[in-house]
Design a protein around this ligand. Structure first.
Ligand code: UGA
Length: 443
């Protein structure tokens, strides 16, 4: 099938590559010249396992094209995806300017029936606004062309995006048009070979499904962080509690890992946006507010621990930091817990020596060269001249370090483990003090 995708960010690029891989002819459009040029040369602007080979292969065989030419791309397709960014505006609502500008552009160039599909995470009611924007442009041109607007949210996880896209656990399609659903079913048929994963619904329910999924996952995390905070105070170990509750299939083991808070481009933004949506329709979503508040405090927890460890004064201290990305297998630093920690440490007069397997470039881009931040080439290099060690991203490479070596290199024998990677007794046997999240002790 012929598909056009607006936006070559995470969602657009991965979706485009995977649809091309399934034999479709995909045109990816972006307003960023430089990005389109790089993609056309096979350079992938993000770190995402498995993405590069499928982009290169499908670009080489002509199934996947990159362009800035909106007009031609619109004429190309039966299905037009909108996968541009929806950053939060000042009050936390999703900013729809990019989505609506694509919609207008579609209205300016559409010349026959197409399904316009929202893939970006957009507030409930956006499909209607897209429909209005397209219709307004068509009527300004004085033409009558039939089109449908559908919602087909994505559920990709960064770091597993290609796998999630090629083997989705569900494909949500929201539209009241049988013609639109038939086209989407045809497009997704190759992803549905063993059993049908399609869930068809009205467009507003599809839009809300996306927010509900992310808000539920964020709630699980904040809930566990709340239990961790109680565990810390009552002398219980949240890691044992986690195993104790996860075995109940109604609760499950997934997404109940306590830690230094959730980050990324989705959970913080989507929880906030859903809360704002609720407010605009006169409902006070108290639970969502609490999920956010717990997460906000959780991100500063390691800093509080470290500061207390140094009796409230970290001036002149050097903190070794393992992990910068908001989670492993990505170089993404958006809303990363590391940033809150680093910035709080700077503010309090401390220096940071950090290592991350993938996110050093991104950190350099964000913070530039500064004397209170040294980006190291290995985890152990961070310990050189450092007082204590803090961990905020659970990269596999950090899972079983040489504690004796850490002990020998640090000036003060203490590890602040923001992802509960280690068994406290193992760390303590090596002569280091251990502070995790909700592990029955606090500084
Ligand atoms: C999230 C969702 O998991 C995807 O299903 C969704 O499609 C995506 O947002 C989106 O809306 O585009 P992602 O942001 O890539 O995906 O990250 P996650 O793997 O969900 O992790 C989010 C954060 O939660 C990370 O900071 C992670 O460290 C934290 N986390 C996760 C915990 O603190 N505890 C857990 O048990 C799980």
């Amino acid at each position: 099938m012929k598909v056009t995708i607006f936006g070559t960010g995470y969602v657009g690029l991965v979706t485009g590559a995977c649809l091309a891989e399934m034999g479709n002819h995909v045109v990816c459009v972006d307003i960023d010249d430089n990005k389109v040029g790089r993609l056309s040369r096979g350079e992938i602007p993000i770190f995402e396992p498995g993405l590069e080979p499928i982009v290169r292969r499908n670009h080489a065989n002509g199934q996947l094209e990159f362009t800035t030419d909106a007009a031609q791309s619109i004429a190309h397709a039966q299905i037009i995806f909108i996968a541009v960014g929806t950053p939060p505006d000042e009050d936390g609502s999703a900013d729809l300017q990019y989505v609506l500008s694509v919609a207008r552009s579609i209205g300016q160039h559409l010349d026959r029936y197409a399904v316009i599909v929202n893939k970006s995470t957009v507030p409930v009611g956006t499909a209607d606004r897209v429909r209005e924007a397209v219709a307004a442009e068509l009527s300004a041109r004085g033409v009558e062309i039939d089109f449908d607007v559908a919602s087909n949210p994505e559920f990709l996880k960064e770091g597993d995006a290609v796998e999630d896209c090629l083997r989705p656990d569900r494909i949500v399609m929201g539209s009241s048009s049988a013609r639109a659903i038939a086209l989407l079913r045809k497009l997704y048929a190759p992803f549905n070979r063993n059993h049908d994963r399609t869930v068809v619904m009205d467009v507003r329910s599809a839009e809300l499904t996306k927010y509900a999924a992310n808000a539920m996952l964020a709630t699980k995390i904040s809930f566990m962080n709340e239990i961790a905070n109680i565990a810390e105070r009552v002398g219980a170990d949240v890691e044992l509690v986690r195993q104790g509750i996860g075995s109940d299939p109604r609760i499950g083991y997934h997404f109940i890992y306590p830690g230094a808070g959730y980050g990324g481009s989705c959970f913080p933004k989507d929880v906030q946006a859903l809360e704002r949506t609720a407010r605009t329709v006169g409902y006070d979503a108290r639970l969502l507010g609490a999920v956010e508040a717990v997460n906000h405090d959780q991100k500063i927890k390691l800093f509080d621990f470290i500061q207390r460890y140094f009796n409230g004064d970290v001036r002149g201290r050097t903190i070794a930091l393992w992990g910068l990305a908001f989670k492993p297998n990505t170089d993404d630093m958006r809303e990363a817990s590391s940033r809150r920690l680093i910035e709080a440490l700077w503010e309090a007069g401390a220096k940071v020596r950090a290592f991350d397997p993938e996110a050093r470039e991104e950190t350099r881009r964000l913070y530039g060269e500064r004397s209170d931040l040294v980006l190291c080439d290995s985890a152990y290099q961070t310990l050189d001249g450092a007082d204590v060690l803090a961990i905020v991203t659970e990269w596999k490479a950090f899972r079983s370090p040489d504690f004796a070596r850490i002990r020998a290199m640090l000036r003060e024998p203490a590890i602040f483990d923001g992802r509960n990677l280690y068994e406290p007794s193992v760390v303590e046997e090596a002569g280091l003090a251990y502070y995790g999240i909700g592990r029955g002790r606090s500084v």
